[in-house]
Design a protein around this ligand. Structure first.
Ligand SMILES: Cc1cc2nc3c(=O)[nH]c(=O)nc-3n(C[C@H](O)[C@H](O)[C@H](O)COP(=O)(O)OP(=O)(O)OC[C@H]3O[C@@H](n4cnc5c(N)ncnc54)[C@H](O)[C@@H]3O)c2cc1C
Length: 458
């Protein structure tokens, strides 16, 4: 498999000689390990080769070659798949990182980006122009991988999910042609990502926004059970009164150098900072604040702040569940499991909220969890591999606790990007959009050349 005598490699190398612009690595190359490295460190996959196309035509040429030679294709951008979807054993990895441009239209309402761009680079370019688009909070996450499978983040109440902002995409289809996705394919891309082929370019809506207000609020967590209960219940009360769309609050718990903390990321995505400061006062009053880093910032600057809350790479994964509401029962289960969370670097818990315009059914997207909910992430991406077992045991027991809550409060669907393969069905994840997705997959990937691309429906 992938050894220097593998005839598949001999053929591939001969093909790549005709495309000297495409950098590549095979298992015996000195740069192979560096290119193979992804966010999750313990992925044992040994890809056949990793290739770095420079443009859409290179990707098309690679797909033509892979198809003709029966090579399985996987696409990598930011490398943050939690389940090894972009670094697959024995596959040809199309590493998109060199296709990472940003172009704005004249009226600065749309940005066209290369398929391999990461969030931080896009945020930098948009910040320079006083613009923003829906994005997540961690700068090294790939923008296409994030947005096309859903894309939860701080702009979702205001701009919609990542996938809701996609207005165009260039895809290398199953015939290895670079095509402009039509409305029907875009509907599929808005939720099923790269299922129909590598996305070499994408166009998204952008919005005027100079400065945000954002940062971390850490609460006194000496009694973390009481703090988690109080802050979560207080936030629910605020929510019941109605929240403005620029406001996003991500509650989380992790182990800081000074101990286990319950905290939140505060985000105000509007230039009206007077109103933002008023909301900051309300949110900070939810608990006893020991640290508040919320400050006016650029979007790019905010992402850099958020990067400090996650390890740069890790061992392990994530468990998830989406719930309709933070009922007293849900708050109690969550608070108790935060109290039981191991104090190991990287073990954490986080809640993304979906509300507003992203939480209503949309005919032009197959992302299915379209109702207000909390997407819970039980995070076991630990810095030290020896901590993994303890973290995973905690995560499983947390999930068992959540499953005991009123079933009416549990969404059947989970967020595909954080759902471990096999732990939920695609019928649940895509709901009423599952059948249309199957039809799309049959139509646009009839030979299964993109069978490795999630969702791996047949
Ligand atoms: C630290 C961290 C923070 C995260 N934060 C959030 C968050 O705030 N909100 C949220 O919704 N999710 C979040 N996620 C999940 C993240 O959005 C997904 O894991 C996402 O798919 C990662 O994309 P990537 O390009 O970085 O990773 P990759 O591993 O490169 O790709 C992930 C998947 O997308 C596919 N893909 C990537 N680029 C393309 C392309 N151009 N064409 C076709 N297919 C492509 C890959 O084939 C693979 O299946 C986070 C994950 C991590 C590790």
């Amino acid at each position: 498999m992938g050894s220097s005598s593998d005839p598949r490699l001999t053929g591939l190398k001969a093909f790549l000689q005709g495309h000297p612009e495409i950098q590549y690595a095979t298992p015996t190359s000195s740069n192979y390990e560096a290119l193979r490295k992804t966010y999750i460190l313990d992925n044992p996959a040994v890809p056949l080769a990793i290739v770095r196309p420079q443009n859409a035509e290179d990707v098309a040429a690679l797909v033509t070659y892979a198809k003709a030679n029966g090579l399985r294709i996987a696409v990598r951008s930011g490398g943050n798949s939690l389940f090894g979807k972009s670094m697959v054993n024995d596959a040809l990895i199309v590493d998109m990182r060199d296709i990472a441009y940003v172009k704005l239209n004249e009226s600065k309402t749309l940005a066209t980006v290369g398929g391999g761009i990461i969030m931080g680079d896009l945020a930098n370019e948009l910040t320079k122009q006083g613009l923003a688009t829906a994005m997540g909070t961690i700068p090294f996450v790939g923008f296409v991988g994030w947005s096309t499978y859903g894309g939860y983040g701080p702009f979702s109440p205001q701009y919609g999910l990542g996938c809701d902002n996609i207005v165009g995409a260039k895809v290398v289809n199953f015939q290895a042609e670079v095509i402009e996705a039509d409305e029907e394919m875009l509907r599929g891309i808005r939720g099923a990502g790269g299922a129909f082929g590598p996305i070499v370019e994408m166009t998204v809506k952008v919005y005027q926004l100079k400065n945000i207000l954002g940062g971390l609020i850490i609460f006194d967590s000496t009694d973390i059970l009481a703090t988690a209960r109080k802050v979560s219940a207080g936030y629910q009360a605020l929510q019941a009164e109605g929240l403005p769309s620029p406001l996003y609050v991500q509650q989380f718990a992790l182990t800081a150098p000074f101990g286990k903390i319950f905290a939140l990321a505060f985000f105000w995505g509007s230039d009206d900072h007077e109103q933002g400061q008023a909301w900051l006062t309300k949110v900070a009053a939810l608990g006893d604040v020991i640290m508040n880093t919320v400050t006016p910032n650029t979007l790019a600057g905010f992402l850099e702040v958020m990067k400090t809350a996650v390890p740069p790479n890790a061992y392990g994964s994530i468990e998830t569940m989406s719930i309709r509401g933070m009922t007293p029962e849900a708050i109690e289960i969550i608070a108790r499991n935060i109290q039981r969370m191991p104090s190991t670097a990287g073990t954490s818990f986080s809640m993304h909220e979906l509300r507003g315009s992203s939480a209503v059914p949309k005919a032009d997207s197959i992302f299915a969890s379209r109702e207000p909910h909390m997407m819970l992430e039980i995070i076991t991406t630990v810095a030290d591999k020896t901590d993994l077992r303890e973290a995973q045991e905690w995560a499983q027991s947390f999930l068992s606790g959540l499953r005991e809550m009123d079933p009416e409060n549990i969404l059947p669907g989970t967020y595909i990007s954080v759902t471990a393969p096999g732990s939920n069905s695609f019928e649940n994840i895509f709901g009423v959009n599952y059948k249309p997705l199957l039809e799309m997959k049959r139509k646009w990937d009839p030979e299964g050349i993109y069978a490795l691309a999630p969702p791996e429906v047949e």
